[in-house]
Design a protein around this ligand. Structure first.
Ligand SMILES: *[C@@H]1O[C@H](CO)[C@@H](O)[C@H](O)[C@H]1NC(C)=O
Ligand SMILES: *[C@@H]1O[C@H](CO)[C@@H](O)[C@H](O)[C@H]1NC(C)=O
Ligand SMILES: *[C@@H]1O[C@H](CO)[C@@H](O)[C@H](O)[C@H]1NC(C)=O
Ligand SMILES: *[C@@H]1O[C@H](CO)[C@@H](O)[C@H](O)[C@H]1NC(C)=O
Ligand SMILES: *[C@@H]1O[C@H](CO)[C@@H](O)[C@H](O)[C@H]1NC(C)=O
Ligand SMILES: *[C@@H]1O[C@H](CO)[C@@H](O)[C@H](O)[C@H]1NC(C)=O
Ligand SMILES: *[C@@H]1O[C@H](CO)[C@@H](O)[C@H](O)[C@H]1NC(C)=O
Ligand SMILES: [Ca+2]
Length: 536
């Protein structure tokens, strides 16, 4: 890996100077041929400055801070007779690396992701994020009621339009002969869906994408989120599991599954390889506290099993063993119900407690905003040389880990018969014990990916700014040097604070390989090896 580290740093050192002024007139002039486009603002930010929209930007109220000197730009685009979207740009002054990187959003929310743009601007990228055409919190879909044009903006139109215009603006602003040398994407969750949808519809947009925990199967994810909330509803039912029991459940899963992966380290490295005896949680006549009745156990089974419906059709995976069931079990989440209320049935009186599989079929047929990224033929992106790095926390309580595995297998089933080797352009990494997009109490999880802010760091992996530890540098190294990562190394900082030093590191393996403990200190990545569980 030493060689690639040097190469990537050399690439980052090649910078271009901005020749244009950071003022609205500059950008108005670049966009004179686009009557549907308005420049909202262009504002110079000095070295170590901050930029954002404060609490007005509902999903991203925190400003980007400690920025390199750059030009912050806001653009509005009319997308139909009665809809529009905004996007923002950070254009580094003297540190531009000749490259473009776009990032995405979360849930059903709308707002410009200045914080992730800020983190990525530190590498030298000119960065972009769109508000997807509305302003709302991640769990709020009420904006979609009778607003089909806004739903299309959210589904794919705002991302694509913003990518095309951002490239046009960047090329003119820096006025280099060569233009943009490489275009990238990095984001998680809905941001993962947006990246996949963009390369499905417009393979030319990006040379490489890094996507985490993608919310790719829009109707099924929402349907499953709603359905799972109903498993544990209402509170008065004998099948209901009270939140006070969640920690007992996850502790029992950890007790049984942690050693089954070969090392007792408080981490379930292979939730799908665990043979879990649910009945260990049953109450006995001698012990009726911190335990489950048979009726409650039946509920628990549902959460940790796939949803399979009429004619054995696979609908959506359950959460993986060891995952905290709290998010899905303690509520009927609006992440699920809002899609049906506002996007599908357009009926504020929709009674989500009556939800059935039939409703999901209706949602499938409508496919609101054409948002669902379920086109498994990624060969056009492969053929233009595009690369995909994908990761998913193995303990994701919001978007079940198995949904990423399912997507990977569907792409494999689509492309393998065409003679395409997925490893040549699409590599997938499971991150043991990581939750949704970031975070783990014990396991190494940090990769400097989208939606992974780290206390004490502006960007990258302090002390390990290389293509083995930093997934953004890994993506660049694969695209630009044709060096494919055969593993990544995730880092856990003490207290998740870079200033407190590294607690542990561990390799993440290209799926379906898994990291297996060999010998030595398990907190050191050298003590592990990527192994295939089924190849000789
Ligand atoms: C940069 O800004 C932060 C506040 O965001 C401040 O704490 C820090 O001292 C500043 N660093 C320098 C070198 O000016
Ligand atoms: C966030 O950035 C905006 C624009 O630069 C500025 O007006 C505002 O004061 C900042 N807010 C905070 C809390 O720093
Ligand atoms: C736009 O106009 C169409 C047709 O009149 C209408 O159905 C829709 O509610 C309007 N608004 C949006 C955001 O789509
Ligand atoms: C609800 O409105 C959307 C457009 O916003 C439309 O696509 C959908 O078919 C409508 N649903 C029903 C059940 O009519
Ligand atoms: C009762 O069962 C629970 C769940 O197995 C266990 O955590 C707890 O320690 C048991 N209590 C006693 C008093 O045995
Ligand atoms: C929806 O996406 C498909 C490709 O998956 C495309 O063929 C179709 O034109 C899109 N429809 C709209 C309305 O954008
Ligand atoms: C690994 O790190 C954990 C957490 O800091 C610590 O408890 C454990 O003792 C370390 N293991 C070794 C072998 O140093
Ligand atoms: Ca273990």
């Amino acid at each position: 890996m030493a060689r690639s580290r040097v190469t990537v740093l050399a690439l980052l050192a090649s910078v271009a100077l901005a020749s244009a002024q950071c003022a609205p007139e500059t950008f108005t002039a670049f966009l004179a041929d686009n009557p549907e486009v308005t420049v909202n603002f262009a504002q110079a930010v000095s070295q170590n400055g901050s930029f954002g929209q404060g609490s007005a930007n509902i999903p991203f109220p925190l400003n980007a801070t400690q920025l390199p000197a750059l030009c912050a730009v806001g653009i509005n685009v009319k997308s139909s007779a009665n809809s529009s979207y905004n996007f923002g740009l950070f254009l580094p002054d003297s540190t531009w690396n000749n490259r473009f990187l776009a990032t995405g959003n979360g849930g059903l929310g709308g707002g410009i992701n200045w914080p992730d743009m800020g983190r990525f601007s530190h590498y030298g990228f000119a960065t972009m994020s769109t508000d997807t055409g509305h302003l709302s919190a991640a769990g709020d879909g009420s904006w979609a009621l009778n607003a089909p044009e806004s739903v299309i903006d959210w589904g794919y139109r705002a991302m694509h339009g913003s990518v095309v215009l951002a490239k046009h603006i960047i090329t003119n602003y820096y006025a280099t002969d060569d233009g943009i040398s490489y275009s990238y994407y990095a984001s998680c969750s809905t941001g993962g869906r947006q990246g996949l949808r963009e390369i499905q519809l417009h393979p030319e947009s990006f040379d490489g994408i890094t996507v985490g925990a993608p919310a790719w199967w829009t109707p099924h994810l929402a349907g499953a989120t709603l359905w799972e909330g109903l498993y544990n509803y209402p509170k008065s039912a004998p099948t209901h599991i009270d939140p006070s029991l969640f920690s007992t459940i996850t502790a029992e899963m950890k007790r049984q599954c942690d050693p089954q992966d070969g090392l007792v380290d408080n981490i379930i490295s292979d939730p799908y390889g665990c043979n879990f005896h649910f009945e260990a949680l049953l109450c006995t006549s001698a012990n009726s506290t911190a335990c489950l009745t048979p009726a409650q156990l039946a509920t628990l089974y549902k959460f940790y099993s796939d949803w399979v419906d009429t004619n054995q059709e696979f609908v959506f995976p359950g959460i993986s063993l060891g995952t905290d069931p709290g998010f899905l079990m303690s509520q009927v989440s609006t992440y699920g119900s809002d899609l049906f209320t506002y996007f599908v049935f357009n009926d504020t009186e929709y009674d989500f407690t009556k939800f059935t599989y039939k409703d999901l079929k209706i949602a499938d047929a409508i496919n609101p905003g054409n948002a669902s990224a379920h086109d498994f033929d990624l060969s056009p992106f492969m053929k233009r040389g595009g690369k995909i790095l994908k990761y998913h926390g193995a303990a994701d309580s919001l978007i079940p880990t198995g949904s990423s595995t399912y997507f990977y297998k569907k792409v494999l089933q689509t492309l393998h018969p065409k003679g395409i080797n997925l490893d040549d352009f699409y590599r997938f990494f499971l991150i043991p014990d990581m939750g949704h997009c970031s975070g783990s109490v014990t396991g190494p999880w940090y990769l400097a990916a989208g939606s992974q802010p780290l206390t004490g760091a502006t960007h990258s992996v302090p002390g390990y700014e290389d293509a083995e530890h930093d997934i953004i540098l890994a993506m660049m190294n694969w695209v630009e040097n044709d060096e494919a990562p055969d593993h990544l190394i995730a880092t856990k900082f003490v207290g998740d604070n870079a200033a407190l030093g590294v607690q542990s590191q561990r390799p993440l393996c290209v799926y379906p390989k898994q990291a297996k403990y060999i010998s030595g200190d398990p907190n050191e990545s050298e003590s592990w090896e990527c192994k295939s569980l089924y190849e000789p």
